[in-house]
Write a protein that binds this ligand. Structure first.
Ligand SMILES: C[S@@+](CC[C@H](N)C(=O)[O-])C[C@H]1O[C@@H](n2cnc3c(N)ncnc32)[C@H](O)[C@@H]1O
Length: 236
């Protein structure tokens, strides 16, 4: 059964390219991913299909309504909210949610069905977070204009963990933060030329000594765990 991954958004046009991206397309083509993108607005019965309103208590900005959000969730999935929540992980994209990481991506890749709710404006009415979503997901401690960019990151990272998405199955395994690397960042890669403008490939990688290469790579991963990539490397 494919992973059902449905995105509910006010801006479906954002996702036009996503299904064309190579590994997402591969996952769809191999029957491992059923990706749906849905405009929430047509499900609103309000005049002009409104989906937002001013905040109780005052303040700037508009808030996404709980009633129109529920109408969209039930309409898209063709089932009452309780049934939807029983079968799917309904995830509100929210800066205050659980931080998205490799373990979270693997978890979602193993799920049966996932719905991503993209917020806009001031975000969702709190009742969406309390009663509609089963969880909230954050890309990090900063505020985006909307949940669409976050949803794309989630689809990209999750699709990499689906069989058939990547050309080389190995490449999803030995990547940054994967269990195969004990959750460490991946070691540096080099290719030809061996020397360019005086920038040399570490001698050890050209030694043919696989044990020494594995030890060097491990040490580099450990170094990168303590100092982010892009810092001055110590290739000694
Ligand atoms: C302008 S933001 C709302 C920010 C909100 N008023 C706050 O202070 O946290 C609109 C929407 O963008 C999405 N969003 C913003 N930052 C995000 C983040 N770091 N991770 C995931 N989604 C985010 C959410 O869906 C949010 O409802």
């Amino acid at each position: 059964m494919p992973l059902e991954l449905d995105i509910l958004t006010l801006f479906p046009g954002w996702f036009a390219w996503l299904g064309e991206e190579r590994h997402v397309r591969n996952a769809i083509g191999s029957g491992e991913l059923a990706l749906g993108v849905h405009d929430m607005r047509p499900f609103s019965d309000l005049p002009h299909h409104a989906v937002d309103d001013t905040p109780y208590g005052g303040g700037a900005g508009m808030v996404l309504r709980v009633d129109t959000t529920v109408a969209a969730v039930e309409g898209v999935h063709g089932a009452p909210l309780d049934a939807v929540r029983a079968r799917r992980r309904v995830i509100a994209l929210d800066a205050r949610g659980r931080r998205f990481d490799d373990a979270y991506a693997r978890e979602l890749a193993g799920a049966e069905a996932v719905t991503l709710l993209c917020g806009r404006y001031e975000g969702f009415d709190q009742r969406v977070l309390d009663h509609v979503a089963t969880e909230a997901l954050s890309l990090g401690p900063y505020v985006l204009a909307g949940g669409e960019a976050a949803a794309m990151v989630v689809v990209d990272a999750v699709a990499r963990h689906l069989p058939g998405a990547l050309g080389d199955e190995e490449s999803a395994e030995e990547e940054s933060f994967a269990p195969a690397l004990d959750g460490l960042p991946e070691y540096p890669h080099y290719t030809r030329p061996a020397s360019f403008r005086g920038w040399e490939v570490p001698e050890i990688l050209r030694s043919g000594d696989h044990g020494a290469i594995a030890a060097w790579r491990r040490a580099q991963s450990e170094r990168l765990a303590g100092e982010p990539a892009g810092s001055e490397p110590d290739l000694g």
